[in-house]
Each structure stands twice: as C-alpha cells, then as structure tokens.
Design a protein around this ligand. Structure first.
Ligand code: ATP
Length: 235
C-alpha cells in the first residue's frame, strides 16, 4: 500500500532522515520506534507532504506522493494524527470533528461518521458541546484520533498518541488503536512506548539518528536483546 524508498529529509544542515525504506501492507499495523530526535516525526511529515524530501520516493498504491500537496495526499486517503493533541481549542468537540472532514462534502455520511466516532469514544459524545481546549489531555488525544478518522482514511498515521497520558489512558488508547485496526484500517504508529507499540504491531522498524537499524515482526523485535536493552528498559 505504501512504499518509502531511500527517503532523505534535512532541515538546513540537520540531516533528519538519511535514506530510509519502509513498507506498509494493507490492513497491517506497522510501528516506527526510536529515541527522541531519531527522525520519526520527520518520516510522517514527509509522507504527508508537510516537509520536503531531498531525495527518495514515497509510493502509495503505486502513485508517487512526493511533490503532491498535503490536501491531495489527504484526499487520497492518508490521515495524520499529529503529536501533541493539536485540536482547535476554541471550537467544540463536534466542530473539531466536522472540520476533520474538510476534504469531504457528503453531509449525510459526515453526520453518520460523527456518530461512529461517538460510539468509539463515548467520552467525546458526553462532551460534544464542550470547547476542545477545556478537555483533559487524554480526552484531547482521543479527539485528535477521532478527527483523524473523519476523513475515512485508508492509512491512518499516528504520532505518539500515548505521549503524556496516565497508564490507564495509555491502555485505552492502545485498545482503541486495535479496534480501529479491526474495523479495517491500515495504521502507521510512531511511538516512544516501544513495548506497547511492538505488542500490537504486525511489523516494526527501529530508527536511530535518521537511519533504520533493525526491522522485523513486532513479536520478533520485542524479543530482540538489542531492542530490549535500548528501548524496553530490560536486560
Ligand atoms: P521525538 O520523539 O522527540 O518527537 P522524532 O524521532 O520524531 O523525535 P524528529 O522530530 O523527526 O524526531 O526530528 C529529527 C531531527 O530533526 C532532530 O534532530 C530535530 O531537532 C530535527 N528537526 C525536526 N524538525 C526540525 C525543524 N523544523 N527545523 C530544524 N530541525 C528540525
């Protein structure tokens, strides 16, 4: 479905990605793990057309994404839930969801999809008229995910959805990711919580200073001593 080849991204002199290759098959959960500054967000931003790649290719169903506008990439069915719960604070929960569907104009199905998000996130339903800025951190994160689903993505990319959440909410978020996957979505998950991410992932990539150092099935990476030592706080 998505095939990233030899992707390079730089910011001025900083080489954030130095030639990475990632493959995502339909209906899989793929995770990208790595320490702070490894280049994880840069990879997602490049796929979304939010930063320019210096070199490489990003094929989505055999169509090249590099050079396309973010709006077109969204229209092709890719959605990004950015890091840090970037919801529109002054708008209500429901207005945020409506805006999530900005590339669509099928009013009736948009309504139905809002109801679907409320089924997935009952907390948001109770708070549909609340200003997003007054939601708790966890609720804002859920809203960010629900909004990402409003474009009916074929590929949903999430940048550290568990960041800063209390352990119980982290568990909830991972349950929700599994449920979204069960409903037929393909997911690219960027996480610092390597253990949880690898537990649910079909396949994983480990990024270190802009380069992939390991890849394999989620369970395989979980049992890899190198991964355990560097990312799982074990050994
Ligand atoms: P984190 O887990 O901390 O979010 P990350 O793996 O997502 O990290 P990136 O955000 O992709 O890493 O950053 C990779 C490198 O690129 C870092 O050294 C970072 O400082 C740098 N970088 C990212 N964005 C910019 C920017 N807009 N301008 C300059 N440097 C940047």
């Amino acid at each position: 479905m998505l095939s990233v080849k030899d992707l390079h991204v730089s910011y001025g002199g900083i080489r954030a990605l130095r030639g990475i290759n990632i493959n995502i098959e339909q209906n899989k959960i793929v995770t990208l793990i790595g320490a702070n500054g490894a280049g994880k967000s840069s990879a997602l931003r490049a796929i979304m057309g939010l930063v320019k790649a210096e070199k490489g290719s990003i094929k989505y169903d055999d169509r090249e994404l590099l050079g396309k506008s973010t709006k077109n990439i969204v229209k092709m069915g890719i959605s990004l839930v950015p890091e840090g719960r970037k919801v529109f604070s002054n708008l209500t929960v429901e207005e945020n969801l409506i805006l999530g569907a900005y590339t669509r104009n099928d009013k009736e199905t948009i309504k139905k999809d809002i109801e679907r998000q409320y089924e997935l996130f009952p907390r948001l339903k109770e708070r549909s008229w609340q200003k997003a800025g007054t939601l708790s951190g966890g609720e804002q994160q859920m809203l960010a995910v629900a909004r990402g689903l409003m474009i009916r993505p074929k590929l949903l990319m999430m940048d550290e959805p568990s960041l800063g959440l209390a352990p119980l909410l982290v568990k909830d978020i991972f349950e929700i990711i599994k449920e979204i996957h069960r409903q037929g979505n393909t997911i690219l998950l960027v996480e610092q919580n390597a253990k949880k991410a690898l537990e649910i992932a079909d396949y994983g990539y480990v990024l270190e200073t802009g380069q992939l150092i390991l890849e394999g099935e989620g369970k395989e990476l979980l049992n890899n001593p190198k991964v355990q030592e560097a990312y799982l706080g074990e050994m």
